[in-house]
Design a protein around this ligand. Structure first.
Ligand SMILES: [Zn+2]
Length: 101
């Protein structure tokens, strides 16, 4: 957590108070920010989520955001085929959930 100390050393008192307040309330905002940062840092967006082809900056790739509005997931695809495959998978998962409930 040394890095954390370093990071917050540049924060204003106002920002520190906001973090303290968030932690007191269960840390919902902090956890969300952390999760989003991890999502960004992972290979998400750099590789196709289906075939793992490395995506070039100028590829005509697709990025999909899904999930509840306060907890978005992100996936990138090299082509419509891969995107379609993923959508079908989501559809199957959704149907399974409907059957269970
Ligand atoms: Zn692909």
């Amino acid at each position: 957590m040394r890095k954390f100390k370093e990071a917050i050393s540049s924060w204003s008192l106002e920002e520190l108070r906001a973090l303290e307040e968030d932690i007191k309330n269960g840390g919902k905002e902090s956890r969300k920010a952390l999760w989003e940062k991890i999502q960004d840092s992972e290979n998400n967006g750099k590789f196709c989520a289906i075939c793992f082809k490395e995506l070039e900056y100028n590829d005509r790739s697709f990025t999909l955001f899904f999930g509840p509005s306060d907890f978005k997931k992100k996936a990138s695809f090299c082509a419509i085929d891969c995107l379609e495959y993923f959508m079908n998978h989501l559809k199957e998962l959704d149907n399974e959930r409907k059957i269970k409930n």
